[in-house]
Design a protein around this ligand. Structure first.
Ligand code: NG6
Ligand code: CA
Length: 486
């Protein structure tokens, strides 16, 4: 492949068991399945965190989240946590003269302090390596519900300025809120999500103004997809990198018209099928432009799944026998494997040996692997935790990492080797009741044999004190290091 295009389609909270190629029986995802069948499906791929912002930070910087204290779930008005002088995946592509774009959910912050939404905004994706960006700032449950195109709010109306506030008490008297306007609700919150009421849905944070700029949940899918198609077509003669972080299946789950009611699993199933449709449309666009043979497509997710993430959308009730984490224990937020072990498919026509890979890989490795592909040298202080896994990603080698690290929402660390998972002790409740997720908190060491016990049922820490001691010291060494790339 000569300077292949690269597209990363990055789902939000899609679990290890949510795709039919990973065993889902009640959700059909034929488009991802087709890529998996013609590419490599990874069984031991991880993000670096059980929540969004830290996982995305690692993907884009090749750095473990613990190196940046700001890698927590950000509000929609948070400052940008990627320093302007930091090497990013997008900048690696720029060094090789690629056109770069991000289209979708950002959630890595904007500006370098307080954001004025009514003026051009600094520190957008354009300032960290993307030529073009068309994003929403945080999550689809966090204000502001606007598209940011490069530095500006799309459809901004100076006569209707935008204000955003994340204080506990609403400072605006003239906006709809979840508690004051129950008659306008189309979805009930189960926990949180009771600030601004926009499109009938309670949100996190308060937003005032910007009526023309405010997006509708059911339009997000088509709007981003149209952007992605245009970017691909416009760059068909030049190599390009498209980072396409979708909002599906994150809450609130509001499918576009085509997909509302598409599955028996309710809105969560519907938006997963909608995600699969996006993958199919991207592939079709590549085919139309005669680009599929020279494009690497990566499909993955930022963290594990959750059914009730704050809204009563019937996800638990309609879930039936579906297992969002497949055989894994825990889920989003968790220290257990369901938190950060995610679906990961790499498709590269003529470059991949078809099949499955059991190699251990992390999303933090994408940066160094792409740098190797494009022959861009890296300094040790750049992308400090990213390892070149190019041959593994392309299915040419089964030798993945010897170990990787990820963290729970609570930032407690886990070391995974081919055989073992070691979970450091952590205080806190074993189960998050509202979400019905096992968080994996235990005040003592946990050790699981991931070959015999992928469901992490039997803690064998006391049976293998030497293994625990070794992994503890490996973990301490990583945390004390300034880089782990060897
Ligand atoms: C939590 C939200 C949850 C989700 C999550 C971030 C509440 C009660 N819960 O704080 O709904 O938005 O943050 O998800 O507010 S992530 O995938 O972006 O990390
Ligand atoms: Ca997420």
């Amino acid at each position: 492949m000569n300077k292949p295009n690269v597209i990363i389609i990055y789902a939000d909270d899609l679990g290890y068991g949510d795709l039919s190629c990973y065993g889902a029986m009640d959700i059909a995802t034929p488009n991802v399945d087709k890529l998996a069948a013609g590419g490599v499906k990874f069984n031991n791929a991880y993000s670096t965190s059980a929540v969004c912002t830290p996982a995305r930070y690692s993907l884009l910087t090749g750095e473990y989240p613990f190196r940046n204290a700001d890698t927590t779930i950000l509000t929609g008005d948070a400052k940008c946590i990627i320093a302007e002088d930091k090497l990013t995946l997008a900048k690696v592509f720029k060094q090789a003269n690629y056109a770069t774009a991000v289209i979708g959910k950002w959630h890595l912050g904007l500006s370098d302090g307080t954001i004025n939404w009514n003026e051009p905004i600094s520190h957008t994706p354009n300032d960290v390596g993307f030529d073009y960006s068309f994003i929403f700032p945080g999550t689809n449950d966090r204000v502001p519900l606007i598209y940011l195109k490069n530095h500006d709010v799309l459809n901004f109306d100076p006569a209707d300025p935008i204000e955003v506030c994340y204080e506990n008490k609403c400072p605006y008297t003239d906006i709809d809120t979840y508690h004051q306007n129950p008659e306008k609700r189309t979805m009930e919150s189960s926990h949180g999500h009771d600030n601004s009421l926009i499109n009938g849905v309670g949100r996190l944070g308060f937003m005032r103004g910007g009526a023309k700029a405010t997006w509708k949940d059911e339009d997000l899918c088509d709007t981003f997809l149209e952007q992605a198609k245009c970017f691909i077509a416009a760059n068909k003669d030049a190599p390009f990198f498209l980072f396409y972080p979708t909002h599906q299946p994150h809450v609130p789950r509001v499918a576009s018209k085509k997909f509302a009611g598409a599955t028996k699993l309710g809105p969560r199933g519907d938006v997963i099928v909608e995600f699969d449709y996006i993958v199919g449309e991207v592939v079709a666009t590549l085919e139309e432009n005669n680009l599929l043979d020279n494009t690497i497509i990566i499909v993955s997710s930022d963290n594990g799944p959750v059914l009730d993430d704050g809204y009563h959308d019937q996800s638990p009730e309609l879930n039936g026998n579906h297992r969002p984490t497949g055989p894994l224990r825990g889920g989003k937020y968790s220290k257990l494997d369901g938190g950060a072990r995610i679906p990961f498919v790499v498709y590269a026509k003529n470059a991949t040996a078809s099949g499955e890979s059991n190699a251990l890989i992390s999303q933090v490795d994408i940066l160094a692997s792409i740098a190797a592909l494009l022959e861009i040298p890296l300094d040790t202080n750049e992308a400090p935790d990213s390892q070149n896994m190019l041959d593994v990603l392309l299915g040419k080698s089964g030798n993945g990492r010897s170990e990787l690290m990820y963290e729970s929402h609570s930032k407690h660390k886990v070391i995974r080797t081919k055989k073992w998972a070691y979970l450091e002790p952590s205080p806190g409740k074993a189960v998050q009741e509202k979400k019905n997720i096992e968080l994996g908190h235990l005040p003592n060491d946990q050790l699981y044999n991931m070959i015999y016990d992928p469901g992490q049922r039997h803690n064998v820490a006391t049976d293998y004190p030497d293994v625990v001691a070794q992994l503890k010291s490996d973990l301490a060494a990583i945390l004390a290091s300034s880089q782990t790339r060897n």
